[in-house]
Design a protein around this ligand. Structure first.
Ligand SMILES: C[S@@+](CC[C@H](N)C(=O)[O-])C[C@H]1O[C@@H](n2cnc3c(N)ncnc32)[C@H](O)[C@@H]1O
Length: 290
């Protein structure tokens, strides 16, 4: 593993994503994504959290952040029922799954930027959230470290493993995204749930304006978006990296279904995908449903 900058600040966008999940519990009862640890891990006062999240723009992002976690956890549940017992959370931020993991045999490895990982451990301790023995914390910088070496030292790469890579690819260059996916795609039995930024040209003027403001905001936090992919580009990229079975998900359909809303007729880009290769097969030789 190469050198990592340990003096860089913890990720502010990780706190932002965690606050979206927390506010969702408070304002919407976790209807898209239920997470009883979402509020405590932020260390925030629930009344303050609920009051700061009433803007329409916040709501759009909140639903997306919750939908991608819901999709990831639903995919994990199916993988576990197919016998998978390794989950790697790439760029884990304040994700709380590992601390409420209901699956007895599932090992969870959180790979995270060193400063963010150290801060997360402080947040967990401050909230009295216990760290189970099934969790490993491994520091990594996707832009610098040799991920293959990190994985070889932290999981059994010869057996099936599910990766979550949520909210991270926009902060990496396209080259770094491709590099990471190439390592994942070289594993024999692997699936990855990931999201990505998309060019907004396919969306309404209102959505484009919202996205422009969002980009400006995260750049102002020192975490600019460095890559984006269209829903058409993503399958080609994933296949070129060795992940031959690719599904592009329309998170808008998922969100509206979970909220009990009718399907949308507005044009919009999608930002979520599931890709795998060599996934465990059923007795009939078909790949297990992911
Ligand atoms: C928006 S947060 C998402 C965190 C978490 N996955 C979630 O869904 O809440 C972005 C995450 O990307 C991580 N990240 C960004 N660039 C990184 C890099 N070069 N190496 C490792 N992690 C990185 C940050 O530390 C942060 O945790």
């Amino acid at each position: 593993m190469g050198a990592v900058e340990t003096d860089s600040p913890a990720s502010r966008t990780a706190l932002g994503a965690a606050r979206h999940r927390a506010v969702h519990q408070l304002l919407e009862g976790g209807v898209i994504f239920t997470d009883p640890l979402a509020v405590p891990v932020t260390g925030d006062d629930p009344a303050w959290l609920a009051a700061r999240a009433l803007e329409e723009a916040d709501r759009r992002m909140r639903w997306f952040v919750c939908a991608r976690s819901r999709y990831a956890e639903d995919t994990l549940a199916r993988a576990v029922s197919a016998g998978v017992d390794q989950l790697v959370v790439l760029g884990a931020g304040l994700d709380t799954f590992a601390y409420r993991n209901p699956f007895r045999d599932l090992r969870v490895t959180e790979l995270a930027h060193p400063a963010t990982q150290a801060w997360k451990l402080e947040c967990l301790a401050a909230a009295d959230i216990a760290v189970p023995g099934s969790v490993r914390h491994v520091p990594v910088d996707f832009g610098r470290d040799r991920l293959a070496d990190v994985l070889a030292a932290s999981i059994d790469p010869s057996r099936p493993v599910l990766f979550w890579w949520l909210g991270v690819t926009p902060y990496l260059t396209a080259e770094a995204v491709r590099g990471t996916l190439t390592v994942l795609g070289s594993l024999p039995h692997v699936a990855v749930v990931l999201d990505h930024a998309s060019p907004t040209s396919a969306e309404t003027a209102e959505a484009q304006d919202w996205m422009r403001r969002r980009r400006e905001r995260v750049a102002g936090l020192g975490e600019p978006w460095l890559s984006e992919f269209t829903a058409e580009e993503i399958p080609g990229l994933l296949r070129a990296c060795g992940l031959d079975d690719v599904r592009v998900e329309d998170e808008g359909v998922l969100i509206r279904r979970l909220l009990g809303l009718p399907p949308s007729t507005s044009p919009r880009a999608t930002h979520l995908a599931l890709a795998s290769t060599g996934w465990p097969t059923t007795g009939e030789g078909r790949a297990q449903r992911l």
